[in-house]
Design a protein. Structure first.
Length: 398
């Protein structure tokens, strides 16, 4: 059984709880989990890497009504999100952005879960949820403005029910839990979703969020994108059990879904949101995916992982997977793909032009609002920084 809950089912021991079992036997690495086909832990998968539709008695009903047009829409979302992400990476390399956190390889997890949301649901992202932002109608150029340093997000969170990006690792799960508790007290039937990565799952804030959400039966979905690398640390060095199984210790369900399967992510997230809205409390969704690129543009992944691993996951590409299904099912023709390529090129141009039209960031803005009434030390640091900047002008620089 993929879904495990100590709240909804008879309690049972989690993997590794049996006395006398060696660490080697009770620890299953992420790579072994990914290759598992018959034993625990299992993935919820509706589309195979070859683009074949497979049946799932538990989750098929959540995508039973998806039309060919909606499938094309999911494909379009992923393609345009990847194009935007690629342009942002290139712009950073050209010195137009200070940093960029790519989502390359995680499009299905984000688009599938993002399209499962209702307008009245509320989203708490980290800093990599560009695909979810796309689904919530946030202008991509606002995201780039933040990474350029000219705004603090650039959108009204309440306008899209999409909170500003959170850089502090894991803290947004507490914000989401508190917000969900408020939703429940207001008697609303909406849900809250909090995104975080496998690295954040080791943060204390996440554990506190699990505790409070379980005790107060908060209508929140914890959506972990397990891309298997917390910068340079593999998941098996952070957890002795698969991440979704951690929910058992807090008394709510956990489920692992193939994070490169957009239909699977759509179905599982709809199920989890439905539980939340109907008063059944929190759910932990682990989308098992892969970060194809660097953690951020300041990272060099070749220092800690091999080409064979990356190539194996490129064969499971979420966009190629859905394209194969669309073609095999006659849900899309070459005209559709050609039009989408044209739209993708137009998006790339718009993003480049918008970023290059943005002002340079104010180098002294970092000293503002540190203290409400100012502070002597901040004034001293501002003066030192001003002298440092002036030294470039003295040398004929800029």
């Amino acid at each position: 059984m993929t879904v495990e809950s100590t709240a909804a089912r008879t309690p049972r021991r989690s993997a590794g709880s049996k006395a006398g079992t060696t660490g080697a036997k009770r620890t299953t690495t992420a790579k072994k989990d990914a290759a598992a086909t018959g034993g625990e832990p299992q993935l919820v998968q509706l589309l195979t890497p070859e683009g074949k539709r497979v049946k799932n008695a538990e989750f098929d009903k959540y995508v039973a009504g998806v039309t060919a047009e909606e499938l094309r829409g999911l494909y379009r979302d992923m393609v345009l999100t990847r194009r935007f992400d690629a342009e942002a990476t290139a712009l950073q390399r050209q010195g137009e952005l200070g940093l960029w956190a790519s989502l390359l390889g995680q499009e299905a997890a984000q688009i599938g879960s993002g399209r499962a949301l209702r307008d009245d649901d509320y989203v708490f992202p980290t800093y990599r949820e560009h695909g979810v932002a796309w689904c919530r109608g946030v202008d991509p150029t606002n995201l780039l403005g933040m990474f350029r340093g000219v705004n603090n997000g650039g959108w009204d969170p309440n306008g899209n029910n999409f909170h500003l990006y959170t850089i502090v690792i894991g803290s947004q799960t507490l914000h989401a839990t508190g917000y969900a508790m408020g939703v429940a007290k207001d008697g609303a039937d909406s849900a809250v979703i909090a995104y975080f990565g496998d690295g954040a799952s080791s943060q204390g804030d996440v554990a506190e969020s699990f505790t409070f959400s379980a005790v107060y039966n908060a209508p929140v979905v914890f959506f972990c994108q397990n891309n298997q690398w917390a910068i340079s640390e593999p998941t098996e060095k952070q957890s002795r059990v698969p991440i979704y199984q951690r929910a058992q210790g807090f008394g709510f369900p956990g489920v692992r879904v193939d994070g490169n399967d957009v239909l699977g992510c759509l179905a599982v997230t709809r199920w989890a949101l439905e539980r939340a809205r109907s008063g059944e409390g929190p759910t932990l969704v682990e989308a098992f995916t892969y970060r194809m690129g660097a953690h951020t543009t300041s990272d060099d992944p070749t220092r800690y992982r091999g080409d064979e691993e990356r190539q194996a996951w490129e064969a499971k590409d979420p966009i190629l997977r859905l394209r194969r299904y669309l073609e095999a099912s006659n849900h899309a023709d070459e005209g559709f793909f050609a039009e989408l390529e044209t739209e993708s090129e137009a998006l790339g141009r718009r993003v480049r032009e918008a970023v290059r039209a943005m002002p340079d960031p104010d180098h002294f803005a970092i000293f503002e609002n540190v203290y409400a009434d100012g502070h002597a030390l901040v004034d001293e640091e501002r003066a030192q920084f001003a002298a440092y900047q002036a030294s470039f002008a003295d040398q004929g620089g800029n």
